[in-house]
Design a protein around this ligand. Structure first.
Ligand code: ATP
Length: 510
């Protein structure tokens, strides 16, 4: 097991032990790719939502929110292209009977070549020391050049086959590359087939009146079908945006990596409606704005990178992902897509209703273009947990586990801890709790030694512990312990709120 796999396992265990995330229906041995958020998990999730909502909706005069239903008229999904094209190419290994996404098998193969190149670079860098010039090495080393050429060739065939829906070419590529099933170790593959990712169910109480509908696979369509309702009722002028947070459902072929890929998950999406021809300007604007939203959390600037899509979805004229460095590598955290007028035009065509906007500035009717930002709430949750989990030695023989969650998003902001259970300390501590709990999510704890209580708060990422001791009764001061530095300062109770407010309020990072 690599260090990263080991770390990831520990984080998953930590999430369960400290009430962040549980396997769904665990007592029945669980349901794959479905998870429940525990008491600390739901607080963290709500704080992420608040940070996103405030930055998108509160901070923009021209962005408003909605909350549309999960069930939509089935024609919605015909118009959006999901019925015909929301497919993943799947392939089975006949020996292990395991199912894979064919494109992912090929991408993993590419990743292996990339890892080899990385190793070549590291070796050469060690050998040449200060003299090493990475660029020169990549462009002149024969083996690296050949490996990069191979990657380019594979990517070209994959991109073409996917865009032309040529499934037999994808299978041939898997065979040519001699990609083996990781379980059986054989190349005994079935043909590649398309698999639609939407969940179907029935609506209506009797079989005669029931009809087939889908659980929405993205929240975006609820925004598109409401475009004119929102524009008119909120008197919005283009450019303007509609934001939404809500559940989405996808029958993922392989759902693994904990909450990274689930069958039921939550999205935070914003569709920004612009004048045709101005979409690239706004696409660049939102790329920048979204990256700085992430970076303001101080989770390490080198943990983010943009990845431009080579294989554009049927609705897009430009698209990229913001990737985050998870323990299993750089993976998509958020997508930014220039969706053209595809969706609104399609709904106009299928519904027969006009989806146009009259632009008084240029005196013209048109169907707006759309730039979308779409982030997975659960992936954001995972990004925060994996980047904040730290094991560190606090003395020669004592280790602590601390979640260095951005303080503004921490599930519990303040722990209120009377040093002992007697001498009036609990009463004083509760008095302080009551004066702070309307502003901050606080936790009161009096059980166990103060050291143990600090460790428990470290493990859930509480940025500050307030300790009430005998001196408190004399002079109305407490100690304030900082999670990261573990330093304690003595401060007046009357100054507590203002001292921590700036550090804990989401507004400070907006
Ligand atoms: P992927 O390539 O990883 O399947 P996608 O490109 O299909 O993702 P989008 O349709 O762009 O994803 O959805 C927007 C965001 O929703 C993604 O960036 C991701 O954060 C989140 N997301 C998508 N699918 C899942 C899933 N199965 N589980 C959790 N989050 C998801």
């Amino acid at each position: 097991m690599t260090n990263n796999e080991d770390l990831f396992k520990k984080i998953i265990g930590h999430c369960k032990e400290y009430g962040f995330v549980f396997q769904s229906s665990e007592i029945y041995d669980g349901l794959s790719a479905a998870y429940d958020y525990g008491p600390n998990g739901v607080e963290l999730k709500n704080n992420i939502k608040e940070y996103w909502w405030k930055s998108m909706v509160n901070m923009h005069e021209n962005i408003v929110g909605i909350d549309s239903s999960i069930f939509m008229h089935p024609t919605t999904w015909k118009a959006s292209g999901h019925v015909d094209a929301f497919n993943d190419p799947l392939i089975d290994n006949k020996d292990s009977k395991k199912r894979y996404r064919a494109d992912v098998l090929i991408e993993n193969y590419i990743q292996k070549i990339e890892n080899k190149i990385q190793k070549d670079i590291e070796k050469a860098s060690k050998k040449f020391g200060d003299q090493f010039n990475k660029n020169e090495f990549i462009t002149t080393n024969k083996r690296v050049i050949e490996r990069n050429q191979k990657i380019e060739e594979i990517k070209k065939v994959l991109t073409n086959s996917l865009s032309e829906n040529n499934l037999s070419d994808i299978k041939s590529l898997i065979e040519e590359l001699e990609i083996k099933c990781p379980i059986s170790g054989t190349c005994n593959w079935t043909d590649v087939r398309q698999f639609n990712l939407m969940f179907k169910t029935e609506i209506g109480s009797t079989s005669e009146s029931s009809s087939e509908i889908y659980l929405r696979p993205e929240t975006a369509q609820g925004i598109f079908v409401n475009f004119l309702n929102v524009q008119k009722s909120s008197r919005m002028k283009i450019p303007f945006g509609i934001a939404q947070i809500g559940k989405a459902f996808r029958n993922e072929i392989i759902a693994r990596q904990f909450i990274f890929r689930m069958r039921e998950f939550e999205q935070m999406e914003m569709q920004f409606f612009v004048r045709p021809g101005e979409e690239m300007k706004w696409y660049e604007y939102w790329k920048k704005a979204r990256l700085s939203w992430h970076k303001n959390l101080n989770m390490g600037n080198k943990n983010y990178k943009f990845h431009d899509h080579e294989n554009l979805a049927h609705y897009a004229n430009a698209a990229c992902d913001i990737e985050f460095k998870f323990p299993f590598g750089f993976k998509e955290l958020e997508g930014i897509h220039s969706r053209t007028d595809f969706d609104l035009k399609a709904h106009m065509q299928y519904s027969g209703k006009k989806m146009q906007y009259f632009d008084p500035e240029i005196n013209e009717h048109y169907v707006p273009y759309v730039v979308e930002t779409s982030i997975g709430l659960d992936r954001m949750f995972l990004a925060i947990l994996t980047s904040s989990y730290v094991e560190e030695m606090v003395s020669d023989d004592e280790k602590r586990i601390v979640l260095k969650i951005p303080p503004q998003l921490a599930p519990i902001k303040l722990a209120i801890l009377p040093l002992t259970k007697k001498d009036g300390l609990p009463e004083k501590a509760r008095e302080i709790l009551h004066s702070l709990q309307t502003d901050f999510k606080c936790q009161y704890e009096e059980k166990d030694s103060i050291g143990k209580r600090y460790r428990r708060q470290d493990a859930i990422g509480t940025p500050y512990c307030i300790t009430i001791d005998h001196e408190t009764l004399d002079n109305n001061s407490v100690t304030l312990r900082n999670r990261d530095s573990m330093k304690q300062e003595r401060i007046k109770i009357s100054e507590l709120k203002s001292t921590v407010l700036n550090k804990l309020d989401i507004s400070s990072i907006l």
